[in-house]
Design a protein around this ligand. Structure first.
Ligand code: SF4
Ligand code: SF4
Length: 92
């Protein structure tokens, strides 16, 4: 936060856990800079959608493939990098 303006914005995605694949090891938790992950009832990871910024770092830390990023409309529209590269996206 600087001058009342948040310096980090959500990606438009959030992390989603497949409880059937999650072993509850907690390895992903230490990599989340936003404290969005916790161990829930049944020893499966729980994602706090309000805190998750959709950075995807946790996804790469899970050897079980239990985490994926999914679109979350409430987090805004993701930037289409292909459009920006092609010059078809105007950023003001
Ligand atoms: S690293 Fe994967 S298996 Fe371990 S708690 Fe996180 S989501 Fe579950
Ligand atoms: S996507 Fe990023 S912010 Fe969301 S739970 Fe994973 S590490 Fe945390």
């Amino acid at each position: 936060m600087r001058n009342g303006t948040p310096m980090i914005i959500a990606s438009g995605y959030i992390s989603q856990v497949d409880a059937d694949l999650c072993a509850g090891c907690g390895a992903c938790m230490e990599y989340c800079q936003f404290d969005a992950l916790s161990i829930g009832y049944g020893f499966s990871i729980v994602v706090d959608a309000d805190l998750c910024m959709g950075c995807g770092i946790c996804v790469d830390q899970c050897d079980m493939g239990a985490l994926t990023l999914v679109l979350e409309p409430g987090k805004g529209v993701p930037l289409e990098l292909d459009l920006a590269r092609d010059g078809r996206l105007m950023v003001c």
